[in-house]
Design a protein around this ligand. Structure first.
Ligand code: HGY
Ligand code: MN
Ligand code: MN
Length: 431
């Protein structure tokens, strides 16, 4: 079998270079979708793709694709790899970027080694995966798989009042290709775990077999503005207090539930937002997640009942749904091959659930999909302290390399999957 050795230093160098793009005056990383920082990150990525000899395409929702094909395999459905390069605010530098640059590294390694593949391989960077500026999250991959109408997506207004379509045009990312311009044979996403499991258990690789459901809502509670000094507590209709009670209600439920349910209020704003005025209005977001759809619906129903109680107390309450994705189960054949690829390199591996949302959950709607996780130190992510050891970053990319070779190296026809392979078939994969 042709030797193909991944250039770990190049991968780590690019991660650092991309991680330096989009930092503010205090050095905080915020490469929000369709901002100038995103434009700069996209330019760096497309530069690397072009230098690697890939053909680069941008679709109308701004998804970036770097494609490697040969005359022999051009007509086949491609194997798709990738993730996202947009970030949250004050982010770490690995979330998403690791999957995109790890995939690019795998393609460059195979290409340079002259490995013949039965299919083209494409690396994607999907637009607005984080949903930090425009809701829902995973927006670009959702449009790519046909889960959200393009015009509706382009009309989305961000938290800063900007329209996504205008912003994509402004940064030069309004591509010409209609989303969904090809149907992948399969999709594999390399990503940091962003949670504590692998790090705590000392396991090197996660073979992600499912991903939990996500419910995003924005709640507006309206009460009566009043003087902070003269208004007795018994005469107040304070939406700020009602919002705080709702945060406590959600946390208490999740803590008492004995299930993986998680609840987060990440954004909260008061009006008029003045120190000596009892607020007239409180607006906040609710992020509910659970691997089990029935439980997730129960959590949504409990929140709705709690809000009805506030209405009975005299508050006006309105709710806007920002995102709702059911739990997803990944392809068992791919998951088994990830485990076998890790084992063939002597890397400990465990099956696991993804707590975070990922583009893979959208691609799973149209093709076999799965994810490879590497450990996050202390389980920290969406935080500048996000860290994965260099050896783990390289190991994860090498597992992706071996998996890709087993899926598409010449003569392979292991896609479509969904069947448990004979793991021994991986024994001959070598560096
Ligand atoms: O929300 C998420 O889980 C992802 O980071 N967009
Ligand atoms: Mn991510
Ligand atoms: Mn993220």
């Amino acid at each position: 079998m042709t030797t193909a050795i991944l250039d770990g230093a190049r991968l780590l160098g690019r991660l650092s270079a991309l991680g330096a793009i989009g930092r503010d005056g205090e050095g905080r990383l915020a490469r929000l979708a369709a901002t100038d920082a995103d434009r700069a990150g996209r330019a760096a990525l497309m530069g690397w793709m072009e230098a690697a000899g890939l053909s680069v395409t941008v679709d109308r929702i701004g998804n970036v694709f770097g494609r490697w094909s040969t005359p022999e395999n051009e007509a086949e459905a491609p194997l798709l790899l990738g993730s996202h390069i947009d970030s949250v605010v004050n982010a770490g530098m690995l979330d998403g970027c690791y999957g995109v640059l790890g995939a690019l590294e795998v393609i460059e390694t195979l290409k340079a080694a002259g490995v013949r593949t039965a299919r083209p391989i494409v690396v994607a960077a999907f637009t607005n995966e984080e949903g930090a500026r425009f809701a829902p999250d995973m927006l670009g991959s959702l449009v790519f798989v046909g889960g959200l109408d393009l015009d509706t997506a382009l009309a989305t207004v961000g938290v800063d009042g900007a329209r996504l379509g205008d912003e994509l045009a402004r940064i030069g990312a309004a591509g010409t290709v209609d989303p969904g311009h090809f149907r992948p044979a399969a999709y594999v996403e390399l990503h940091i775990e962003q949670g504590p499991i692998l790090d705590r258990e000392g396991v090197r690789i996660g073979a992600v077999e499912n991903l939990q459901g996500i419910s995003w809502q924005e709640v507006t509670i309206e009460g009566t503005a009043n003087h902070a000094g003269t208004t007795p507590m018994t005469m107040r209709r304070d939406p700020g207090l009602a919002a705080a009670r709702t945060v406590a209600f959600l946390a208490d439920r999740a803590n008492r539930s004995n299930t993986p349910t998680v609840a987060t209020v990440g954004r909260m704003r008061f009006a008029p937002d003045v120190i000596n005025v009892v607020p007239s209005r409180a607006v906040f977001t609710v992020d509910l997640r659970d691997p089990d759809e029935t439980r997730l619906r129960e959590e949504e129903a409990a929140l709705a009942a709690h809000l009805d109680g506030l209405v009975a107390e005299g508050f006006r309450v309105s709710v806007e749904r920002l995102a709702r994705f059911e739990p997803v189960v990944f392809d068992v054949g791919l998951v088994a091959r990830i485990e076998a690829a890790a084992a063939a390199r002597g890397l400990s591996c465990r099956r696991m659930t993804s707590g975070a949302g990922h583009d893979a959950q959208m691609l799973a709607r149209i093709c076999p999909a799965a994810m490879i996780f590497v450990p996050s130190r202390d389980g920290i992510s969406h935080n500048p302290r996000e860290h994965t050891d260099a050896a783990d970053l390289v190991a994860g990319a090498e597992v992706l390399l071996d998996l890709v070779r087993r899926l598409v190296e010449d003569g392979r026809r292991v896609i479509p999957l969904s069947e448990n392979p004979d793991p021994s078939g991986f024994s001959e994969v070598s560096a």
